[in-house]
Design a binder for this molecule. Sequence first.
Ligand SMILES: Nc1ncnc2c1ncn2[C@@H]1O[C@H](COP(=O)(O)OP(=O)(O)OP(=O)(O)O)[C@@H](O)[C@H]1O
Ligand SMILES: [Mg+2]
Length: 476
Amino acid sequence: MDNSAPKKRVLLIDDEARVRTSLKMVLEPSYDISQAADAQEGLEVFRKEGPDLVLLDVILPGTDGLAVLQTLRSESKMTPVIMLTGTKSVKTAVDAMKLGAADYLSKPFDVEELRIVVDRALNSLELEREVKQLRAQVVQRYAFHNLIGKSQGMQEIYAKIEQVSDSRTTVLVTGESGTGKELVAKALHYNSSRRERPFVALNCAALPETLIESELFGHEKGSFTDATARRVGQFELANTGTLFLDEIGDLSPVTQAKLLRVFQEREFTRIGGVQSIKVDVRIVAATNQNLDELVRKGQFREDLYYRINVIALYLPPLRERGEDIALLAKHFLAKRVEEERRPHIEFGKDALELLTRYPWPGNVRELENIVEQAFIWSQNAAQITPEHLPTILKSDSRSSSLRDDTLAGRMSLEKAVMEFEREIILDALKRTNYVQTHAANLLGISRRMLKYRMDTLGIGRPDNAASQEPEPAVQE
Ligand SMILES: Nc1ncnc2c1ncn2[C@@H]1O[C@H](COP(=O)(O)OP(=O)(O)OP(=O)(O)O)[C@@H](O)[C@H]1O
Ligand SMILES: [Mg+2]
């Protein structure tokens, strides 16, 4: 042990003086010991001294040790608590572990075992602190509020948020589902001078049209059948703060018109009310739909669109920022490890590679879910390996094996490209029942070109393929 480091502090909570004395004798040379004879005194010392570790008797006069354990855990998740149990109380020991005890010792204890258990709990605490510190570093370098990412795409988003957060300008956040639009809205708010003011989020898609207006603007008592009391709307609630309008593409034309008025005049009236209410609200809107297209189709008001789309923040899909995948995966894993106080676990190389190759149609949300599953499947393993990952990540491995073969020098690039092309063409032919014109359309090339490539790659037509080609069949 490093002699220059200050001794760790251990608190003993046990009503039997004899037990405390013997524990103290064993631990004294390596640790600073404090003692308490009952729960109340124990909690007092705990709060005053902030020990590095607690040894806690399960049976204390007048209190249940497990209740004390819960209090200790709720006050400091980081401090390991080792329970002292009678020999026969296995069930209690199990309960204690479930409640977050780091370990348990049954009385009378073996001196060597006592030392080992205490050392181990303190070491894992060290490790946990290290992980926390490392995470804090990662977070400082590669994060902005709760957004994580080191890719160019994310760095640009951080810079834009930085630039626009302090103005009242409306921001439109777009991007595929699960790319982090809501997090961006929050980052805009918490990075602005409005951060102490309310952040109010309203999902425009989640509410029926009849309710959304009253939700937005509020209503006066008796303004419609269900309006039994006056109700303040989200615009008023968000006053001086930020209103996040999620899924804005789903608003009905009527509500769009009303919203336009608020944008123009910064004031509105409650349903059934007469008085105009002025508000100072910063609006952040989000959608995963293509608003441009909705405008073209006449489903979204053009004038409202221009009011909303003053500053646009587009979140690129996760597959276009591959370097963020491993970073995010590690972040989500570390978060779960911390929450569950599980021993250290990390991604194995193969698992990380699978994660990096998958196209993530559900983006960051999907990644978070898959890390959660892997965390559960891995149980107490030290590493997450491909077997802990869902098969969907392992399926489309043909292109990756071609890639591996090429990079390992087992196959030339030319051959790999040809193999890859052959598979895509065969796939297209199968999907179109070997109707070459259709396959060529699918692939975006002319039928002549398809035929030429088929010849070059030696792709023939199987005997059992459909016979009806809408134009002269090409003979092999
Ligand atoms: N850059 C990121 N760093 C950390 N966590 C992220 C990041 N992006 C997304 N997440 C997490 O992924 C999940 C989905 O994010 P969010 O709800 O913001 O996405 P969204 O774009 O609003 O999705 P949807 O369009 O489906 O509403 C959340 O749990 C969020 O915390
Ligand atoms: Mg969302």
